[in-house]
Design a protein around this ligand. Structure first.
Ligand SMILES: Cc1cc2nc3c(=O)[nH]c(=O)nc-3n(C[C@H](O)[C@H](O)[C@H](O)COP(=O)(O)OP(=O)(O)OC[C@H]3O[C@@H](n4cnc5c(N)ncnc54)[C@H](O)[C@@H]3O)c2cc1C
Length: 816
């Protein structure tokens, strides 16, 4: 051990890689005095020491871009602060496009990155050559130059962060293995180590590729798997200098940069090799992996063609080190579910150096403030469902996930490995009906239905994909007749007990003191008024409520209930998701279809909007809710799993007379976006105020005891007109297909990006949503006064903006 183990610390950070050091450094910068880092061997000895050190800021999402741009600045400034160099060189980077499709993808990504302040320019192949004279450019369509990107020496970054942390009072203890978590009453209160225990107010796990094992030890799901990760270093090449830009070459699944007068050539091969599947040696410390030349040879050959000089130059070193990858190629950060005061940050998918500064910053602020400082849902550990942590699943997905960053990022691209984890009981039926499945939270869900004779497979492109017409027909069926959506993946969470109403009234915005039979649309908020959940809650009995939520939010919702249920409340939460299948029948003929197979009455009087009833269909009984996420009259049938097949069969048999169409999730999206119904994690999230999202109507402002987040919303309400509001956009041009993340321009100025989008087949063009901001208030007059354009790649399209839904603004159809 490098220093004696204290008996107590305010925070214990486990892991002395770049992430642990950065988290400790940022906690200390926030004034935390008593922080201890525990490292099982030596600082940076896991994965950090051997990284290539690329700090490239074009990332897939806003959150990841922000983490990278923060790191870039931090690594530049750290030497002045700590006296320890990070090896930062602002060499810039160039991403290469070998096909028109890749160029289109890059133009879209670059447009988004510019919204977040990342400077970039499209350049010609000749200009690529001018920047990197050794590059072969004849097969290029375009290059994209990021002049501010840079590179670092990762081991030095970790040391600089560690030194900065020590200077601020952090104690870093090496050769000290954490062997267990100490919990009391569901709360982390310290750790066991090989040298004794430390009590702590907060525990932060930053264990890199040991994450899954540590998660199993502490009771949380941290699905990640190490894989072989390679680069080679050439012999010296005359004329190379360290200002040569980093070349990222997705078409050849490789990157290159200068390294002390040599070329470093690194690989993101499309089929990877998981490593350490049976465990990682206890003694691992600055270790390397024996390279598999045979497996890598084709990739090396292909990559070297980009820099033909390498074909004549010897290889000085062929390096292989382990890095961990997650099943969706996103990090695992944030508050661990179900264990209070426990935080995690691991699974960085070979982006840990470039994200490390920002990740530590976010973690520290989150720990300090109790609320995340920015929207990081795409990397939040609470998106993980227990099924993700199945070892076989994680390993199988790793073959694909390592290389995914360098593959084509098609809209709606689906994972190809480790599929069919969860199938609804209706899976075979809807497959036979032509379903083309997409995956969400492990579930196979019908995204669209093929016509007879058409293959139920995606053909990706950036325009209208092969399912566009199918989607149009499904969309029309719901608007004009009736459609059925198979939505069994929905999360169904029972909240029961004497205090269930009291607990939900504290956590949810709406008044839950409603009669049995009511369905309430409501939200969970954090203390800043940010939206943590967008759900319905049905009162099934005096002491029994049912929460319905999309599958990908299940862990988050359950953990949120766990976090905010008072300790003395008599209230139990049970995940019943597997107990019910769900068929959602939507459209003006929905009630006629259901009336034909059930004795229940589905008219307005007998079955008002936002209520539920048990309805009998044949010998089966289903819990039926009248709700609409499509803008039409609709009924959701929650059917005991074992009764789902007969109900489905009766529905389909009767449906022929009513024009019933099978409809997929793409159609649910195009319908709801036309109606401006919000989607959580797209149109609103933990840092978006409920009022800004236009959903303040769900708040029962005066209910006794208030609700979490009410004070923040009241303060915002009292401060005058809202300065930020979610707005719906409709393109003037009927041709383009918006996806989301497209920059929005108001009067020629980039002011944000679309949060979600889809083709409005009824409105006749792409529809999107996005936030407008104005210091004097986003009033209807302000919205009407602007001229709007939406940018996609290098093209801009005129758009109309509206604060109210452009389809059925008075909500008459769903209520009719
Ligand atoms: C070949 C290669 C090239 C790469 N290139 C880049 C790049 O160019 N840019 C980039 O951004 N990223 C790159 N990466 C990825 C980057 O190195 C990682 O994402 C990053 O280092 C992860 O940092 P970490 O702190 O999460 O993990 P680690 O550095 O592995 O740190 C985790 C630490 O936790 C310690 N630990 C684990 N369990 C315990 C325990 N029970 N008790 C105490 N301590 C424990 C370990 O000993 C380890 O030191 C590359 C990776 C490889 C392999």
């Amino acid at each position: 051990m490098s220093s004696p183990l204290p008996s107590h610390a305010r925070a214990v950070v486990v892991g002395g890689g770049v992430i642990g050091c950065s988290t400790a450094y940022h906690l200390a910068r926030l004034g935390w005095k008593d922080v201890v880092v525990l490292e099982r061997k030596q600082v940076s000895c896991g994965t950090t020491w051997h990284a290539a050190g690329l700090i490239t800021t074009l990332r897939d999402t806003e959150a990841q871009t922000k983490l990278a741009t923060y790191s870039l600045k931090l690594y530049q400034d750290l030497e002045a602060e700590t006296g320890q160099a990070t090896g930062f060189i602002r060499c810039g980077s160039v991403q290469l496009a070998m096909s028109a499709d890749k160029a289109e993808e890059m133009r879209r990504g670059c447009a988004m990155a510019r919204t977040f302040g990342v400077e970039n320019h499209e350049i010609t192949p000749a200009e690529v050559k001018a920047l990197f004279p050794h590059a072969y450019v004849d097969d290029l369509v375009a290059g994209f130059h990021f002049p501010n990107d840079g590179r670092v020496n990762p081991a030095d970054v970790a040391q600089a962060l560690a030194k900065g942390a020590r200077q601020l009072g952090v104690k870093i203890i090496e050769n000290c293995l954490m062997t267990g978590l100490i919990t009391e009453h569901g709360r982390a209160v310290g750790v066991h180590t090989e040298h004794g225990d430390i009590r702590a107010e907060v525990v932060v796990l930053c264990p890199g590729m040991w994450g899954r094992d540590l998660g199993l030890m502490t009771g949380i799901d941290l699905p990640l798997q190490a894989a072989e990760h390679y680069y080679l270093i050439s012999e010296p090449i005359a004329g190379l200098h360290n200002k040569l830009p980093i070349l990222r070459d997705p078409g050849r699944a490789a990157y290159a940069r200068e390294e002390a007068g040599k070329i470093m050539l690194g690989f993101f091969e499309p089929v990877a090799a998981p490593w350490g599947v049976d465990g990682i040696s206890k003694d691992f410390c600055f270790d390397e992996i024996q390279p598999d030349w045979e497996r890598m040879e084709p990739y090396i050959e292909k990559a070297m063609q980009r820099l033909p000089i390498l074909l004549e130059t010897g290889i000085r070193q062929f390096f292989c080190g382990p890095e961990s990858f997650t099943p969706d190629h996103n990090y695992l950060m944030g508050r661990a579910p179900y264990i209070d005061r426990l935080f995690v940050a691991c699974g960085f998918n070979s982006l840990g150096i470039l994200s490390g500064g920002g990740a530590g910053h976010v973690m520290a602020q989150w720990i300090n403030d109790g609320v995340q400082p920015m929207d990081i849902w795409d990397v939040d550990v609470r998106r993980i469902q227990p099924s993700h942590n199945n070892k076989n699943f994680v390993v199988a997905r790793t073959y694909e996930s390592l290389g995914i960053g360098y593959q084509m990022h098609w809209p709606n691209r689906q994972w190809e490995t480790a599929r069919n984890v969860k199938q609804s009981v209706l899976h075979d039926r809807v497959k036979a009906a032509g379903a083309c499945f997409g995956e969400s939270a492990g579930w196979e869900r019908p995204n669209w239905y093929a016509r007879p004779g058409q293959k139920a497979e995606y053909e990706y492109n950036f325009e209208r994909q092969n399912w566009f017409d199918n989607n149009a027909a499904e969309h029309r069926a719901v608007r004009e007749a009736v459609g059925v959506f198979e939505q069994s993946s929905f999360g169904k969470i029972l909240v029961q007990g004497r205090d269930a109403e009291k607990v939900l009234n504290l956590i949810a915005t709406a008044d839950m003191a409603v009669p049995v039979g009511r369905v309430v649309y409501t939200h969970f908020l954090n203390k800043r008024g940010g939206v943590e959940a967008d759900i319905t809650i049905s009162r099934l009995a005096d002491d029994k409520f049912l929460i319905l939520t999309p599958a990908f939010t299940c862990t988050h919702i359950k953990a949120w209930l766990h976090d905010h249920t008072p300790a003395d409340a008599c209230c139990v939460v049970t995940d019943m998701s597997s107990a019910w299948a769900m068929l959602n029948v939507q459209g003006p003929r929905a009630r006629h279809l259901l009336s034909s197979i059930s004795t229940a009455k589905f008219d307005n009087e007998a079955f008002p909007y936002a209520t539920w009833q048990n309805v009998e269909i044949g010998f089966q009984t289903a819990l039926c809710m009248r709700l609409s996420y499509t803008g039409e009259v609709g009924f959701e049938l929650y059917i005991p799993t074992e009764m789902a097949l007969p109900v489905y069969d009766q529905l389909i048999a009767a449906g022929a007379d009513f024009g019933l169409a099978h409809c997929g999730y793409h159609t649910l999206n195009t319908l709801r976006v036309e109606k401006a119904f919000r989607e959580w994690a797209h149109d609103m999230g933990p840092v978006d105020s409920l009022l800004d999202a236009g959903l303040g109507f769900t708040c029962a402002w005066h209910k006794p005891g208030g609700f979490i987040g009410r004070d923040a919303l009241l303060a915002q309400r009292d401060a005058g007109p809202l300065k930020r509001r979610l707005v719906q956009f409709l393109l003037d041009d009927p041709q383009p297909v918006l996806v989301h993340n497209e920059p929005i321009l108001r009067d020629g100025v980039r002011i944000g990006q679309t949060t979600s989008a889809g083709y409005g087949h009824t409105l006749g063009a792409s529809v999107a949503m996005g936030y407008l901001e104005c210091a004097e208030g986003v009033t209807p007059e302000f919205v009407a006064a602007g001229s709007y354009r939406i940018e996609q790649a290098n093209r801009v399209y005129g758009a109309r903006a509206s604060l109210t839904p452009m389809y059925d603004p008075k909500h008459e159809r769903a209520m009719g």
